[in-house]
Design a protein around this ligand. Structure first.
Ligand SMILES: [Zn+2]
Length: 268
């Protein structure tokens, strides 16, 4: 079972169970239509077509095929590549929300299958490819997904790396009433980790005063990208956090009732 957390699971019959032999990377497609149109086409056995994922213009993610199963998206390329369909028509670019959602899929898949986060235009390569690169053996869809989307791959990859890379050391200025323990707790790090990043306090951890600058070490923070329909409490529930806990992890969010597709939310 490999189902992406946060995806709307809408498994379709059009796939080869257990048929995903390996994963060289992810192939980008364009639907030449809508998310709902593709959804009904892929659950129609007559179409003999599917994809692992579909991404709507507003950032909705559908998972149609478990990634251990082979989707029917790019003929000879099906056995060793995952597939992502995009709502829209060839010749247009992905929306910002669509790009963020695709980056989310790629970040999740990369964590599982460890392909390099790079563009590739070769069927023997690894990374983020596009349907047309497979030529006739992949069904001859040379215009899929179209130049604007293949050209967005560096932006998709940068967004995926951003999701996967923990933040670096930040700085905090001590306020009245702070203790090292309270600063550690407020930033989601252990006291030991905070002392390791600020070794000068090791001999006198109680002796911090307002105005002191502390280095805050990177935590094993986990971020998710907001897609359409997400709420903060819903994201929290998925990650076993109360609304108060997820608000506490995300001081950058000014209004917990207003999160937008493409926003990043810390969940651990
Ligand atoms: Zn295609």
């Amino acid at each position: 079972m490999a189902i992406m957390p946060g995806a709307t699971v809408r498994l379709v019959p059009n796939c080869t169970k257990g048929g995903q032999e390996s994963v060289q990377g992810v192939i980008l497609h364009i639907m030449q239509g809508t998310l709902d149109g593709s959804d009904s086409w892929f659950r129609n056995p007559i179409s003999q077509a599917s994809a692992h994922f579909g991404v709507g213009k507003t950032g909705t993610i559908y998972q149609w095929v478990d990634t251990q199963d082979r989707a029917w998206a790019q003929a000879a390329g099906n056995r060793t590549w995952l597939s992502v369909e995009h709502e829209g028509y060839a010749g247009t670019a992905l929306t910002a929300a669509q790009l963020a959602a695709t980056a989310k899929i790629i970040a999740w898949a990369q964590g599982l299958y460890k392909f390099p986060l790079q563009s590739t235009d070769s069927v023997t390569g690894k990374g983020i490819g596009w349907h047309g690169m497979g030529g006739a053996a992949w069904g001859g869809h040379t215009g899929c997904p179209g130049d604007p989307i293949t050209a967005q791959r560096p932006a998709i990859i940068a967004a995926a790396k951003d999701i996967l890379t923990p933040p670096t050391n930040s700085s905090y200025t001590v306020k009245k009433g702070d203790t090292l323990s309270s600063v550690a707790q407020d930033h989601g790090v252990t006291l030991a980790a905070l002392l390791a990043a600020n070794p000068s306090y090791k001999s006198h951890p109680d002796d911090i005063k307002p105005g002191d600058k502390l280095a805050i070490p990177p935590t094993a923070a986990v971020w998710v990208v907001v897609t359409k329909g997400d709420t903060l409490s819903g994201i929290g529930a998925t990650h076993h956090l109360t609304l108060a806990q997820i608000v506490g992890l995300n001081p950058q969010i000014k209004d917990p009732d207003t999160i937008n597709p493409g926003d990043r939310v810390r969940v651990a």
